[in-house]
Design a protein around this ligand. Sequence first.
Ligand SMILES: Nc1ncnc2c1ncn2[C@@H]1O[C@H](COP(=O)(O)OP(=O)(O)OP(=O)(O)O)[C@@H](O)[C@H]1O
Ligand SMILES: [Mg+2]
Length: 451
Amino acid sequence: MTAFTVTLVLVVASAGLLRWRRPAWYWLTFGVTLATIRVLVRYASVMDACGLTVPPSRWRLALARMTSRPVPESRPPRILSLRPTCTGLVLRLKLRPGQDAFDFAAASDRLRHSFSMYGVTSRELRSGVIELRMTGYDVLKRVQMPTRLDTRPMRILVALREDGSVHYRDYRAIPHALTLGATESGKSVYQRNLVAGLAPMDVALVGIDCKQGVELFPLARRFSALADNPNTAAELLDALVSRMEDIYQLIRAEQRITADVPDAEIAADIWDLPDHLRPTPIVVLVDEVAELALFATKEEEKRRDRIITALVRLAQLGRAAGIYLEICGQRFGSELGKGITMLRAQLTGRTAHRVNDETSANMAFGDISPDAVLAAIQIPAEMRGIAIAGDSTGGWHRIRAPHTSLRQAANICNRHADRTPDLPELAPFRPVLTGTSATPVPLSKAAPVTA
Ligand SMILES: Nc1ncnc2c1ncn2[C@@H]1O[C@H](COP(=O)(O)OP(=O)(O)OP(=O)(O)O)[C@@H](O)[C@H]1O
Ligand SMILES: [Mg+2]
């Protein structure tokens, strides 16, 4: 064997190994070049085979006839650009007369096979121009977030979309959100990513975790207020409502509308206020929301009504006062009693992890998109963390958040603990940090509690 053959075998073997074990590295080393060549070489024939070409125009036919040239062939859309990315290729096409973006959306599965890519999605950029985003491998299998981020206040990166683009949670565009999913589907991990993303920002975090605080209390150092049972939650929500009312008073006092105030300076929400006056925005994270809506006794029913009323008021009026709701639960439908569907209607952002039945998926997307309902039901049980996220335009995406462990999230929260604002209204709910672990609670009969 010559040295050349040995090198070739080694290169092919390492490419194969990379492709199998580290698809992202394979893509960056070999995949991107091979795929670019493949797409460019096969382009015309693939477009033809997928029915995405247009027959020659009349004047071209007439010209060919006049000059007695052969009849011109059907033409595929013109390539405007082909851009390689860390996860795939982005192809921009100029449509020919008579084509529409729907043709490309309908053919995306055929294009995927023909170009030997992992996934192809298409979207219209502007009239006559579409973008085909192709991924070279399953980007959601092992989520790797890009390092270069486009950060803005109150907008955080939480997940990766299946087309390789990033999924932001933008509180100023979509103030309130609902995250649904069956047990063990990845809701708390998603919420943990939100906390980790918000921790470095100038924002107060408030948590209600009726699972006795097991999800949020480890992150307590970055939280301005925490509640681990429905009773505390009711008081905390009342305190938030009264803070919201105070903020509205502040905004009104600042408005001082007189004839000489230019329009642009009239404040209608906290973001219009000058920096030194602006109250800290608050994100309220609620895990296992159904716990707040369940009751067994008359007393509990009263508490439930108080909680739901406060949540509805925060959802209706909170945005301008900079109070944003982030609600997680397994189900969130009318069976939880009055006020729930009204609250749900206010939660614009919808994310559904794996659900067990269509009704649960309908709670997230029934009123938005039937396709998204179907996609949420089809999430396989073994792919935890995969979710369907609706966007403000009525479209939806398959997303997956990175697997942030509680330890990683706690480290991030501890690192940014000094950013935790002190809100006087919420002071009674500020988590007590002892520094030592709490006294162990005996659970098993084998370790009896002796008085
Ligand atoms: N994005 C993800 N990537 C990889 N694994 C994940 C992801 N999200 C969740 N998981 C896995 O799924 C497990 C359950 O996730 P999580 O605790 O978030 O579920 P949950 O929906 O909150 O469940 P419950 O309703 O019981 O609280 C995690 O321990 C983790 O192993
Ligand atoms: Mg959970």
